[in-house]
Ligand binder design. Structure first.
Ligand SMILES: Nc1nc2c(ncn2[C@@H]2O[C@H](COP(=O)(O)OP(=O)(O)OP(=O)(O)O)[C@@H](O)[C@H]2O)c(=O)[nH]1
Ligand SMILES: [Mg+2]
Length: 369
């Protein structure tokens, strides 16, 4: 079965609702059984069923967020695919040229677009496909397979060790959404009962610290700050000592985003890495790059620079709700191979979602009208 059909089946509302009603009925049935011998087993089953039900409800809720957050991109990408498939009875070279344009306009990137079109041409020839709908379905399959990497950890959540705090360095150029994403991340893990500490190591602008302090207060998260223009590494030092002494689970570090001078940036970030390695040698370390989806292919260039300067363990793509060019995720993955870990789908504190390739492709590529 092609991915489109699979995703439609997996995510289609009717099926989900039917499934939920069925499960709710099952739970009521379980409730109605009073046989004392079965009571213990039933309780376990009831709990399992309730968990499943909650998982489904959460997944349904997440899907709605994806759908809403990617609305602009879908309106552009999925609608163009649909009108293209309506325009042609049979595919021809012109169809593939148009498809190429749609992919480039969605910011899938020139390199990946050309690869995908090439593969699409070869496969459609081999399988003798001529129906535009089938070609579009094959296109989504190819996009999916291009993203997926074997032997890669599928769990995109931050990892936690049993003893030491996880140290998460947040990097990115000015205005991409670093501070907001830090607040969103802190909130996510506070909700998962983690003890979280924010370190305001962007001492370059006083306003940056103020902004982070406001967020920290709002979500009730501890924060370590320094003085304006204080060496960021010394603020970090203070933060890591506190984290160690007070048994925090997660330390999230805000940094300044001055990419204008790459040498400066490299020096500053490598100094920070040294502090982290010295104070927390046994901690799990993450370096997450924040990319603003609305900056398009420029984001790919930024990612390359940061990757060279610091090494990255993942990417957070923000402002997906504000762009019609949702293909940027595929382009970045293709160019750098780094996993997108989270996506920002709005300005609110809970508008940060774990990246889910299936939900993303479903929301981006499938016209819901
Ligand atoms: N629509 C939308 N806006 C976002 C998202 N993430 C961040 N923003 C907005 O982007 C703007 C910049 O966000 P900041 O978090 O201040 O960005 P920053 O990278 O810390 O900026 P500097 O500290 O100036 O380098 C703010 O107005 C945020 O509300 C998102 O996912 N969606
Ligand atoms: Mg900031």
């Amino acid at each position: 079965m092609g991915l489109i059909k699979f995703l439609k089946e997996k995510f289609s509302k009717k099926k989900e609702e039917k499934e939920l009603t069925k499960q709710e009925n099952n739970i009521s049935e379980v409730n109605e059984q009073n046989d004392s011998k079965l009571e213990e087993n039933n309780n376990i089953k009831k709990e399992e069923d309730l968990n499943k039900l909650n998982d489904n409800k959460n997944s349904d809720f997440d899907l709605k967020k994806y759908d809403k957050g990617l609305e602009k991109s879908r309106k552009s990408f999925a609608d163009k695919l649909k009108s293209l498939s309506k325009k042609y009875k049979k595919v021809n070279q012109e169809y593939f040229d148009n498809l190429e344009e749609v992919l480039i306009e969605a910011d899938v990137g020139v390199k990946l677009t050309l690869d995908v079109i090439q593969e699409l041409l070869e496969k459609s020839k081999k399988e003798k496909l001529e129906d535009p709908e089938e070609i579009n379905e094959l296109l989504i399959d190819i996009l999916f397979l291009k993203y997926v990497k074997e032997n890669e950890d599928k769990n995109l959540e931050l990892k936690f060790g049993s003893k030491n705090p996880t140290i998460c360095l947040i990097v990115g150029v000015n205005g991409v959404g670093k501070t907001t994403s830090i607040a969103k991340l802190a909130y996510r893990y506070i909700k998962q009962n983690k003890k979280v500490l924010i370190v305001a190591a962007d001492t370059f602008r006083a306003a940056a610290v103020d902004q982070l302090e406001i967020w920290a207060k709002r979500i009730n998260c501890d924060i370590v700050t320094g003085l304006n223009n204080q060496d960021p590494a010394s603020v970090l030092y203070k933060g890591l000592e506190k984290a160690k002494n007070e048994n925090y689970d997660l330390v999230i570090i805000d940094t300044a985003g001055r990419l204008q001078n790459k040498v400066n940036l490299m020096n500053e970030l490598s100094k920070m890495s040294k502090v982290i390695n010295k104070l927390s040698p046994d901690s799990i370390k993450e370096t997450l790059l924040i990319i603003d989806a609305t900056t398009g292919q420029n984001g790919v260039l930024q990612a390359k620079s940061f990757y060279e300067a610091t090494g990255l363990t993942g990417i957070i793509i923000t402002k997906m709700d504000g762009t019609s060019k949702g293909g940027i995720i595929l382009s970045i993955r293709d160019e750098l191979g780094i996993p997108v870990r989270f996506i920002g789908l709005g300005e609110k504190i809970d508008d940060l979602e774990l990246f889910d390739l299936e939900k993303y492709l479903y929301s981006l590529c499938i016209n819901k009208d």
